[in-house]
Ligand binder design. Structure first.
Ligand SMILES: [Mg+2]
Length: 121
């Protein structure tokens, strides 16, 4: 359960910055324009809810309904990522920098915290 197991993919590798740019291109061409920030936050919440529903039924203790059977976990995660990137774009957040800063912050703050947590052993 804890290993990183990524299947082979035909999709080209893209950086987070490139993905933000792709989302911007799509929104400003196919999608016409950005929804406003509050709308996108509501959509992000909705998409997280869809992901939570699928995880609860597929990996949690709720039974999976027939209507959930065909839903793709990766597609639901991509929905979340997409809207998060849209929100980052319109608020001027460079997620590449933000993630780097966040990892550094967590590493400094949690250097021993999780190792010393008896609940994790
Ligand atoms: Mg979704």
């Amino acid at each position: 359960m804890s290993k990183l197991n990524l299947p082979n993919s035909e999709a080209p590798d893209v950086t987070i910055r490139e993905a933000q740019s792709q989302v911007h291109e799509w929104i400003t061409t196919v999608g016409v324009r950005y929804f406003n920030e509050l709308t996108n936050l509501a959509i992000l919440t909705e998409e997280v809810g869809e992901l939570a529903r699928l995880v609860a039924r597929r990996f949690g203790e709720q039974s999976e309904k027939p209507s959930d059977a065909g839903r793709d976990l990766g597609d639901e995660m991509a929905d979340v990522l997409w809207v998060l990137m849209a929100l980052a774009n319109q608020t001027g957040v460079d997620l590449t920098q933000a993630l780097a800063d966040n990892v550094a912050k967590k590493t400094a703050r949690d250097q021993n915290r999780h190792r010393n947590n008896p609940k994790l052993t």
